[in-house]
Design a protein around this ligand. Structure first.
Ligand code: NAD
Length: 503
């Protein structure tokens, strides 16, 4: 791993088992912790490269689909061993490219590894159902079939684990794939594909096209020969992908999008646990997780004590060099993210917030060359329509919102267009059951942060956070279709529901 001051990484597409430098324009990436350092350059793929990759995937589909599921699983076993072997190196690339602190970058590689191990483990699991018929001579089966070519479009903030949540189940089920990593983090995507190649996945089964969203991403999302688009990213882009899929007869999509997740601190909460859970939820990954808590709802009776402890802890954490062991989190991803976060900080003031902590843009010697913004914490009385407590900020920006009773806590929690993650802090089993049942979310937690997924669970949300096709273990439903298959063992035709078969 080079800490480059000049271009070090050379990106290439991977199409039909061939690494290709690509023609025409290239784009470059910079280190978000040192934006004067260019990390790599990558070919700017578009319609032609996506088309070639989709054709390669289509061509590889029949043979991969017919390959035994066990054999497909064994490729994942080989991949798991390679990821294991390269964990440290991969974590360094990831930390450098997206600014995650090393410990978190490593955890993401391990999460990707877990997905691959899970996929391998499911290769020998039953895949269908045998069901009884009302006609005794008939056998009924429910069998899953792969859908075909799957497009995989992924965000920068989980550039290793999220692609594996999608590529893993898609490929195990017999689909072939075209992967478009985020233009902010193409290197770790390319390293992952190189490991797929080394693990023995045949040419055309996985293809990689680099490029920017409006070009390579849009070309993949709208390509007529792509059967499923699996997308993780912002709501704005996900909405376009859903629209494109709706306009194409055979195409479906699985979209995981943004959120305004929350931790809810109840009247009976253990305050120290609540403060720590909220801190991890708001500021891990510098608030740049889809499940980051942009809101902490606190029962009014406990508000002052909670806020005091939360701010005290928030003052303690350090956003700094991703490779420094005492950094709690790193920089934001780019200048646009800095501008967005600072604008939302100002908007909170304009909407009447009481600011409790404002880290501002960090520009001392250590931070001057990175995209660093410190924690912003404010108290906001709930009113419907406040933008800062409804919209995703995707940075270290958190509202502490008092509520009077559980009914009000649930109402505030649900008053956003999103529904991804919810954590409730309480010692009362009746209370957590109420929040569990009344809040809109895809992932719920009790006495924990609202971050921290495991791959063998579904990962998805409701409302603007997802379209009902969760990722990770649950992606199998999006990349296969269930077929009903009926076999008659009688010598004559017998119809169900008592219908006559007389001719
Ligand atoms: P983004 O939407 O800007 O980009 C995501 C991907 O879409 C990138 O690969 C990009 O190149 C591509 N893209 C952009 N425009 C496109 C277009 N017109 N057509 C097709 N593809 C296009 O998101 P981001 O900034 O990379 O990631 C942050 C967002 O992702 C946040 O909103 C976060 O909440 C969300 N996210 C959600 C989950 C989840 O599981 N729900 C997980 C991680 C991140």
């Amino acid at each position: 791993m080079t800490s480059a001051t000049t271009t070090a990484w050379e990106g290439r597409h991977y199409i039909q088992g061939q690494w290709q430098a690509g023609r025409g324009e290239r784009f470059s990436t910079v280190d978000p912790a040192h934006f004067d350092r260019v990390l790599g350059t990558y070919p700017r793929g578009g319609v032609a490269e996506v088309d070639a990759a989709v054709r390669a995937a289509r061509q590889a589909f029949p043979s991969w689909r017919r390959t035994s599921r066990i054999r497909r699983g064994e490729c994942f076993d080989a991949l798991a061993r390679l990821i294991h072997q390269h964990t440290d190196q991969l974590a360094e690339v990831l930390a450098r490219e997206c600014g995650k602190v090393l410990d978190e970058a490593r955890a993401e590689i391990v999460e990707g590894l877990h997905m691959v191990q899970y996929v391998f483990g499911t290769a020998r699991q039953p895949t269908g159902l045998v069901v009884d018929s009302e006609i005794e001579e008939k056998d009924l089966y429910v069998r899953r079939k792969p859908r075909g070519v799957v497009g995989v479009i992924t965000p920068w903030n989980f550039p290793f684990a999220v692609p594996l949540w999608m590529l893993g189940p898609s490929l195990l089920e017999g689909n072939t794939t075209v992967f478009k990593p985020s233009e902010e983090t193409p290197e770790i995507g390319q390293r992952l594909v190189a490991l797929f190649e080394q693990a023995g996945f045949p040419p055309g089964v996985i293809n990689l096209v680099h490029g920017v969203g409006e070009e390579a991403g849009a070309a993949l999302a709208t390509h007529p020969d792509v059967d499923v688009v699996t997308f993780t990213g912002s709501y704005e882009v996900g909405a376009k992908i859903r629209l494109a899929a709706a306009q194409c007869d055979h195409k479906t999509c699985a979209c995981e999008m943004g959120s305004k997740s929350a931790v809810i601190v109840c009247q009976d909460a253990d305050l120290e646990l609540a403060a720590r859970a909220a801190l991890l939820s708001a500021f891990k990954t510098t608030g740049q997780r889809c499940v980051s808590a942009g809101r902490v709802l606190v029962h009014r009776d406990r508000f002052d004590a909670f806020a005091e402890r939360f701010v005290e802890l928030a003052r303690r954490i350090r956003f700094g060099d991703p490779f420094a062991p005492d950094s709690f989190a790193g920089p934001l991803i780019n200048e646009a993210a800095v501008t967005k976060v600072l604008q939302y900080n100002q908007l909170a003031r304009d909407e009447g917030a009481t600011v409790l902590l404002d880290g501002g843009r960090l520009d001392d010697a250590e931070h001057a060359h990175g995209y660093y913004v410190g924690p912003f914490v404010y108290r906001q009385e709930y009113r419907p329509g406040l933008r800062t407590i409804r919209e995703e900020v995707f940075g270290p920006h958190v509202a502490l919102i008092p509520f009077d009773d559980d009914e009000m806590g649930i109402r505030i929690y649900n008053d956003t267009p999103y529904g991804l993650s919810m954590a409730v802090v309480t010692e009362d089993y009746r209370r957590w059951r109420l929040y569990r049942d009344e809040c809109d979310y895809g992932m719920g937690y009790v006495n924990l942060p609202c971050i921290g997924a495991e791959v063998h669970l579904p990962f998805g949300g409701v409302k603007r956070s997802g379209n009902g096709q969760p990722s990770a273990a649950a992606l199998v439903d999006a990349v296969t279709h269930k077929t009903a298959f009926t076999v008659n063992h009688a010598r004559e035709i017998k119809m169900a529901q008592g219908m006559s078969s007389d001719v």
